[in-house]
Structure formats: C-alpha cells, structure tokens
Design a binder for this molecule. Structure first.
Ligand SMILES: CC(=O)SCCNC(=O)CCNC(=O)[C@H](O)C(C)(C)COP(=O)(O)OP(=O)(O)OC[C@H]1O[C@@H](n2cnc3c(N)ncnc32)[C@H](O)[C@@H]1OP(=O)(O)O
Ligand SMILES: O=CC(=O)O
Ligand SMILES: [Mg+2]
Length: 535
C-alpha cells in the first residue's frame, strides 16, 4: 500500500509522522477501512428505515447477552479507579497544561467535539500529548505568563474523532484515511509505552457510536493494535460515549463487545439530543422545544441516564456523567448562577449513582469535586451501588413527546446565532467557544442547526403567535451575520459569510445532512499543499 502525506510538514511534525507510525496507520487502514465503510452504510440504512416510520427497540438477537447476569467488564485500570471529576478540552499547548494541572482526576484530550480538525490542530495535538508525557511542554506566552506542569496530573484519556470523519492530510492508495484511526493510531504508537512507564496506560473515549457492531470494530482494532505494538491484550481501556439514540438500545452489548477493554460508559447528552432530532426529526411527535428546555430531567433524557447507570453498575463498569454547558463568567452574579446550575446538575448525577462527571472549564473542577466528595466520601467510586430497581422501556427512551416547553422567537434566534458563530469559529480553527456564558462545541452546534431544520420542517408554532418560517429564519440569519461581520476585520468577513452559507445548507434545505462537519471539512478545512512525503 502507498501512503502520502498531503498536509504540510510544519516544525516537529516529523516527530509524529515517523515512517514507523505511518506504517502502523497503513496497517490499521488495510485491516479495518472496509469494515468502517460498511458500518457507515449500515448507519445510512438505519436512518432510512426510521424515515419510513420504524422505531428502534432492544435487539432480539442479543437478548442472551442482556439476560446473562454473569459477565463483567475488566476491573478499572491504574489512573481510572477514581474518576469523580473529568475535564474535557482540545489538546492545544496551553490547555493541555491547564487541564493536566486542573485538579481533575482525568483529562479528556479531545480530537472530537472540541477540536476543529485542521491539519495543524490534529498533528500539534499529538505533539502536545507526547511533550506532556515527556514533561517538556512548559512554555511562556507572549504576555510573559509561564505555563508549567505541576506534580499531580490528571490521567490522560484521548477521544479520537468519530467514524464519520476522514483525515485529508494522509491518504492511503489515493483515499483519505479514517480520522478515528489517525487519532487513535498516532497516540497509541507514540504514547502507549510512555503511559505504561508512568504507571498508567493508553486510554480512550469512543465517540458517536451507533451500535454494538461499531464497538466490536473498535475492540478488534484494539486486539490488532496491541499485538502489532507488543502490548499485553487488555492494556488499552476505552470508555464509550452513549450519545446516540441507537446506542442507548445497545448499552449492554457495547460493554460486552469491549469487555476486556472497557472502562465504562459516559452519558454524552448533547450529541444524544442531536441524534434524536437527526433520526426522528421528520415526525411531529419528536419536535423538541427551545434547546434550553431540553434538560436532563425531561422524561426521555432521564430514562437514558437511569438506564446507563443501571447497565454499568450491573457489569462492574464506571458510569460517567455529562457536560453541563455553563462556563464561568466574569460578572459575579452570572457566575454564581452558572456555578449553581452546574452544582445542581452534578448533584443529580452523583445521587443517581454516576461515579464521576465532566466539566468544561478548570473553574468548575472544585464544584464537581465537592458534590462527588459528598456522595463518595473516601470511596473512589460507587460501583457497588446497584440500580437493579430501574427498569426502562423502549417507549420511555423514545418519550420525546413528553418534553414540556415551547418554541419561542428567542430560542430560534439563539440557535441561529450559535450555529453561525460556532461554525465561524470552527472554520477559524477553534472547536469549542464560550458564547453567552455557555460552552458551545460541535455537538451543541449540531443541535442548533438541526432544531432549526426540524422547526421549519413542521412550521412549528411560536409561543407568542406565528410560526417558524423560512423567511423568519433567513431574516434572523442575515441580522446575525451583519452583527458578526460588523465585529470583524475585512479579512475575516469572508469566513463569517462562509459560516452563514453552511448554516443555510445544513439547516434550511429539504434534507437534513447527517453532520455539518463532514461536508464543511471536505470543502473548507483545507490541506493546502501538494503531497509532501511519499513512499
Ligand atoms: C458536548 C461535549 O462533547 S463536551 C466536551 C467537548 N467540549 C469541550 O471540551 C469544551 C472545553 N472547554 C473549552 O474549550 C473552554 O472552556 C471554552 C472554549 C468553552 C472557554 O474557554 P476560554 O474562553 O479560554 O475561557 P476562559 O477565558 O474563562 O479561560 C480561563 C483559563 O482557563 C483555561 N481553560 C478554559 N477551559 C479549559 C479547559 N477545558 N481545559 C483547560 N484549560 C481551560 C483557559 O485556557 C484560560 O487559561 P489562561 O488563564 O491560562 O489563559
Ligand atoms: O460528547 C459529549 C456530548 O455531550 O456530546
Ligand atoms: Mg459528543
């Protein structure tokens, strides 16, 4: 097989893109690329079936796995026993240091929702991970502020990009390679031994899975990769995000497929909401109210998290909570409200049996820790807390029509503004931004543009009278674009206009595209050079 590096070779990229690491990526690609493509076809077919009115259910063919009470996942690995606070964020140099020093037990180094997958971000992220493990990442910024690793550091868990994405910077036999394999493979190749030497291991978060067959693919990749690199089987550990409605019906099966490598499940609430709209958005009983009303206590979200904790603890697996989107604000009053909301969210999770939860910002670590300390005390987790009394039916997982709330003009405008400003930031290379004191990332932006599509598709009535119409959304988009452009230097205006066109294409069209990121990446996050290395 022939590979080419299409992305430009910036300073020190050769330390990541070594011939041996690239051989490993080619080996992964040759073994698994076809299975990935087949699973993506299965995703499309499943969505087509839902478009005809079929709904998901627990799978009859895997009932034996669910009914067998005897199997358990592997015991927690070193560095993953106590996960009461996990901070997430992109692996840029400064944030890597800040996250590792934050006091959180785990840092989710994110190539998915929080990273705009520019070639620079992808390869620099890998370099930063290597440098962090070698303790040579310290630097001083342009203002003279010094960043240095402290003594006690969070355990690193890497989240590769999802199966839907490719990496244009590396092509194999003329095709762009799977982005998941690039992020997983480069990190494993360079950092597995470094992690083991430090007394931890190569750990991953698996995003956006839609079925247990996708988990099986990951498990087979782990087995292959451990053999290739010479690591004992079971060294890799992976926490799977349950962040699609279809995966919610296969939680047991996902744990089972990965059981030797599993480190539990996480409730990825934002992509979960996105997935519900994407799969069932054309049905009127699945129309959701304003995004702010879709809280974790509405019936369909509650059913999902209850089932997740029950499933995990029955199998000895960690259940990790999700992301409250509030980030600290400079205004003390706004900040107090945000911290209060995060506290309430974490209290619900800790009370329900979750073993830990996510925060988006170092300023939230203490709040999350205090809440979980209050419930866990000296115990590292609450795996012993079985939730066998919980029963969740398929109808409850799908009870979207029981979500209270309305669609308001304020909610429509918020989605227009968030989709526009997030996509604009993403095109500029930032995968997570704070907008109006909320953390916005790829998952929340997907909700924003899908809700617009859904409301338009159903001409949804507005709380104050009238309905969501194309004219209304277009006029809001024009106003929000004008406001954004007015803040801009001339050079950046074109980017804002590009973002507006992406909103139009992905929210205002006849069909609802599966992800805005796939086509936007293909067209706009350019790899700008001709092949740089070839063999
Ligand atoms: C749906 C999901 O998947 S959730 C998971 C994916 N999303 C994420 O991971 C988002 C993570 N969070 C972030 O990226 C950031 O918090 C943002 C973009 C939302 C806000 O960042 P900023 O605008 O820099 O916030 P702010 O100015 O308050 O930051 C203060 C300091 O904290 C640091 N910081 C903020 N968030 C983080 C983080 N998640 N990790 C590490 N450091 C962070 C900033 O770098 C800054 O450092 P400095 O004082 O040394 O300059
Ligand atoms: O990845 C997390 C989510 O909420 O989406
Ligand atoms: Mg997500």
């Amino acid at each position: 097989m022939r590979y080419e590096i299409i992305g430009p070779m910036a300073e020190r990229f050769d330390e990541v893109l070594t011939p041996e690491a690239l051989e490993f990526l080619v080996a992964l690609d040759s073994e698994f690329a076809a299975r990935r493509v087949a699973l993506l076809d299965t995703r499309r077919a499943r969505r087509d079936r839902y478009a005809t009115g079929q709904l998901p259910d627990f799978l009859p063919e895997t009932a034996a796995v669910r009914d067998d009470p005897t199997w358990q996942v592997a015991p927690p690995a070193p560095g993953l026993v106590d996960r009461r606070v996990e901070i997430t964020g992109p692996p840029d140099r400064k944030m890597t240091i800040n996250a590792l020093n934050s006091g959180a037990k785990v840092w989710l180094a994110d190539f998915e929702d929080a990273t705009a997958p520019t070639w620079h971000n992808v390869i620099n992220g890998q370099l930063n991970l290597i440098d962090a493990l070698d303790r040579r990442i310290d630097f001083t910024d342009a203002r003279g502020k010094r960043y240095a690793l402290g003594e006690e550091l969070a355990t690193i868990v890497v989240r590769p990009r999802g199966w839907h994405l490719v990496e244009k910077g590396i092509v194999v036999d003329g095709r762009p390679i799977s982005a998941s394999l690039v992020d997983f493979g480069l990190y494993l190749f360079h950092c597995a031994r470094r992690q083991l030497d430090a007394g931890r291991g190569p750990y991953f978060y698996l995003p956006k899975l839609e079925s247990h067959r996708e988990a099986r693919l990951w498990n087979d990749i782990f087995v292959f990769a451990q053999r290739y690199i010479g690591l004992p089987q079971g060294t890799i550990r992976a926490t799977t995000l349950i962040e699609t409605i279809t995966a919610a019906f296969e939680m047991e099966e996902i744990l089972y497929e990965l059981r030797e490598h599993s480190a539990g499940l996480n409730a990825g609430r934002w992509d979960y909401i996105f997935s519900v709209i994407k799969n069932f958005g054309q049905w009127s009983d699945f129309v959701l109210p304003d995004r702010a009303e879709v809280t974790m206590t509405v019936p369909f979200m509650r059913a999902y998290t209850e089932l997740l904790v029950r499933t995990c603890h029955r199998r000895g697996a960690h259940a990790i909570g999700g992301m409250a989107a509030f980030v600290p604000a400079r205004d003390p009053q706004v900040n107090e409200t945000a911290l209060g909301k995060v506290r309430t969210d974490k209290q619900r999770e800790a009370g329900d049996g979750f073993d830990g939860s996510w925060v988006a910002h170092p300023g939230l670590v203490a709040t999350c820790r205090e809440v979980f300390d209050g419930v866990l005390g000296e115990r590292p987790n609450q795996l012993d807390r079985r939730r066998d009394e919980v029963t969740v039916t398929a109808a409850e997982l799908l009870s979207v029509d029981k979500t209270p709330g309305q669609v308001t003009e304020v909610g429509v405008r918020a989605n227009v503004a968030v989709a526009l400003r997030y996509i604009d930031a993403w095109l500029g290379g930032a995968g997570a931004v704070a907008l109006w004191n909320l953390m916005e990332d790829a998952a929340t932006a997907e909700i924003a543009r899908c809700q617009l599509w859904q409301w338009l598709h159903h001409s949804t009535p507005l709380a104050g009278g009238g309905a969501v119409t194309e004219e209304l959304v277009r006029s809001m988009l024009a106003e929000e674009l004008a406001a954004l452009v007015a803040e801009r230097e001339a050079a950046d205006r074109e980017r804002a206009e590009q973002a507006a066109r992406i909103v139009e294409e992905t929210a205002l069209g006849e069909d609802l595209p599966s992800f805005f990121t796939t086509s936007a990446y293909a067209r706009h996050l350019g790899v700008t050079r001709e092949p740089a290395l070839a063999r």
